[in-house]
Design a protein around this ligand. Structure first.
Ligand code: AHR
Length: 501
C-alpha cells in the first residue's frame, strides 16, 4: 500500500545552530582501535609516525571535528605518565577494563600528532577512577601550559615545544557503572569531579569540562545520578555526558528502527534534570549536553565473551554493521540534530575497528562499513541551522514504542551557502514512502542531488573483499515544483536531498 508523509519547512521554524562537534567520534585504547587501527608502523601505508595513511584518508572523508581519547573504560586505570617520553622506557601494563596488555607505544603526544593529520581536535579524558585531582591538574599542565613549569617543561623535553591546547576535557568516564575501575557513588563522583575540574581550570581557564552523566538511561541510578552530580558540578562543568548503545537482539527490525525515539526521550529527560538544577541554584547558566558515546553495539558481544585475556590489541568489539544498522545510525543522527539547541558535542563510538565506521585488517586493507555513510552525509551536509519540521506521517506500533512515524526527517539550512539538506529515513520495510515537503518561505532552490542508501537485504554488510556491497547512489527521484519537494523514499532507506540555489 502506497503511503504519503507530509512535511513543512520554514526559515523561521528553527531548533538551533549545529555545533559541528556533534559529528565527533572516539578512539579508545581498546581492541584494535589504536594498534592495527590508526597506528601500525609496519603497515605498507604507514607514514613516518607509524600512522596508517589508508585510515587517515577515510577519517578525513568523514570530516570529524573532534575525537575523544583515550577512553572509555580504559581511562579509569590509565596512568598518563606511562604514555609519554621515550618509547623504549614505557611500561607494559595490564588494562583491567578490557583484560588486555597495554604497551603504551602510542600515547598522549602521538595522539595529538595523529589528530593534526586527521584534521581533528582532541577531546581529552582524565582518570577519576584510580587517580584524581593531582594527576588531572598535572596532565592539563603537561598538555596546555606553555613552559617554565615542571610538567610543561617535561613535555618540551619530550619534543613538543608548543602546548597541545586541548580545549575539551572529560572528567572521567561512566563513573556510575560497577564495571568501572574505581566506580563511585554520585556523591563521591560529584565531589572529585568538582575538585578536579576546579584545579584543571585554575591551570588553564580556557578549557571546557564534561561531567559524567549516566552510562545509559537504564541504569538504576538514572536520572538521580545526574541531579546529584550537577548539584556538585553545575558551576565548574560546561557539559553533562550521555551514553547509549542499541542492538537488534531479537531480530525485530521495526522495533529496532524506532530506537531513536528512546534517544529523544533520554536527551529530553537529561535536559529536564539540567534545568531543574539550574532553577534550584537560581543560575543564569544553561547546562549543555555532550552525547559522547552512541552507536549500535551487539554483534560482537558473543565473540568478546570468548576472548582470551591479556593479549595485546585483540579484535574486541568488532561489530560488522548491516544495512539496517546504518538506517538506525541515520535516525540517531537525526535525534542528535533535533536537539541541536542543547546537544553541543557528540561522539560516534568509536572510529576504527572497535564498533566503528572504519575497519582494517592488520597488514591489509581499510574499508568503510555501512554506518560510515549516514555519518559522513550528516557531517558533510548537516552544518548550519536545524529547521524544526512539522511532520504528518503514517505511524506503526512496536513492542517498545507506540505511534512510530514511518518518516524520520529534518532539514539543515546552511544560510551562508544557500543550501538546504533534507535528511530522511523511511522506516517502512515493505513500501516506498512518498514525501511531500512544503518549502513555503524558501524561493529559488533546485534539487542538486538525492542520495539514497538502500539494499534489498537488511542484513547486507561490507567486507574487505566486498567493500561496495552497501554504498549510497545518487539516483533518488526528488523534484522541486511549485515550492514543494516530492520524492519516493525507497523502502528501508536513508535519504539525503540537497537543495541549492
Ligand atoms: O565504547 C565502548 C565502551 O562503552 C566504553 O569504553 C565505555 O565507556 C562504554 O561502556
Amino acid at each position: 500500500m502506497m503511503k504519503t508523509a507530509k512535511m513543512v519547512l520554514d526559515k523561521d521554524f528553527r531548533v538551533g545552530d549545529v555545533d559541528n562537534r556533534i559529528y565527533g567520534s572516539f578512539i579508545e585504547h581498546l581492541g584494535r582501535a589504536v594498534y592495527g587501527g590508526i597506528y601500525e608502523p609496519d603497515h605498507p601505508t604507514a607514514d613516518n609516525d607509524g600512522f596508517r595513511e589508508d585510515v587517515l584518508d577515510l577519517v578525513r572523508q568523514l570530516n570529524v571535528p573532534i575525537v575523544r581519547y583515550p577512553g572509555g573504560n580504559f581511562v579509569s586505570g590509565f596512568n598518563w605518565e606511562d604514555s609519554v617520553g621515550p618509547r623504549a622506557e614505557r611500561p607494559r601494563r595490564l588494562d583491567l577494563a578490557w583484560r588486555t596488555v597495554e604497551t603504551n607505544q602510542m600515547g598522549v603526544n602521538e595522539f595529538a600528532d595523529w589528530a593534526k593529520k586527521a584534521n581533528t581536535e582532541v577531546m581529552m579524558a582524565v582518570n577519576l577512577g584510580t587517580l584524581g585531582v593531582d594527576a588531572a591538574r598535572n596532565l592539563v599542565e603537561y598538555c596546555n601550559h606553555p613552559g617554565d613549569s615542571y610538567w610543561s617543561d617535561l613535555r618540551r623535553k619530550h619534543g613538543y615545544e608548543q602546548p597541545h591546547k586541548f580545549k575539551t576535557w572529560c572528567l572521567g568516564n561512566e563513573m556510575d557503572g560497577p564495571w568501572q575501575i574505581g566506580h563511585k557513588t554520585a556523591e563521591e563522583y560529584g565531589r572529585i569531579a568538582l575538585e578536579s575540574g576546579k584545579v584543571m581550570k585554575w591551570v588553564d581557564p580556557t578549557i571546557d569540562l564534561v561531567a559524567c552523566g549516566s552510562s545509559n538511561s537504564k541504569m538504576p541510578t538514572f536520572p538521580e545520578w545526574e541531579a546529584t552530580v550537577l548539584e556538585h558540578t553545575y558551576d565548574v562543568a560546561d557539559y553533562i555526558s550521555l551514553h547509549t548503545y542499541y542492538g537488534n537482539r531479537n531480530d525485530d527490525t521495526p522495533n529496532f528502527l524506532a530506537k531513536s525515539l528512546d534517544m529523544d526521550n533520554f536527551i529530553e529527560t537529561v535536559v529536564s534534570v539540567c534545568d531543574y538544577i539550574k532553577a534550584k541554584k537560581r543560575s543564569k547558566k544553561t547546562m549543555m549536553l555532550s552525547f559522547d558515546e552512541w552507536n549500535v553495539w551487539f554483534h560482537s558481544n558473543e565473540a568478546d565473551r570468548k576472548m582470551e585475556p591479556w593479549q595485546v590489541a585483540p579484535p574486541q568489539l568488532e561489530d560488522v554493521y548491516t544495512h539496517e544498522d546504518a538506517l538506525l545510525v541515520g535516525s540517531l543522527l537525526l535525534s542528535l540534530l533535533r536537539h541541536a539547541d542543547r546537544v553541543k558535542v557528540a561522539c560516534l563510538a568509536q572510529l576504527v575497528n572497535v564498533i566503528a565506521p572504519i575497519m582494517t585488517r592488520n597488514g591489509g586493507g581499510a574499508w568503510a562499513q555501512t554506518i560510515f555513510y549516514p555519518y559522513m552525509h550528516a557531517s558533510l551536509y548537516g552544518r548550519g541551522t536545524v529547521l524544526n519540521p512539522i511532520i504528518d506521517s503514517p505511524v506503526y506500533d512496536t513492542k517498545e514504542f507506540d505511534a512510530v512515524p514511518y518518516l524520520d526527517s529534518l532539514a539543515v539550512y546552511n544560510e551562508e551557502n544557500d543550501e538546504i539538506t533534507i535528511f530522511a529515513v523511511n522506516r517502512d520495510l515493505e513500501h516506498v514512502l512518498n514525501l511531500e515537503c512544503d518549502l513555503r518561505s524558501f524561493a529559488g532552490y533546485t534539487v542538486a542531488e538525492h542520495i539514497v542508501l538502500e539494499n534489498a537485504d537488511l542484513k547486507a554488510v561490507n567486507t574487505e573483499d566486498n567493500p561496495n556491497n552497501v554504498v549510497p547512489h545518487n539516483g533518488g527521484d526528488a523534484k522541486l515544483e511549485a515550492g514543494t519537494v516530492t520524492a519516493g523514499l525507497p523502502k528501508a532507506s536513508w535519504n539525503v536531498i540537497r537543495l541549492t540555489k
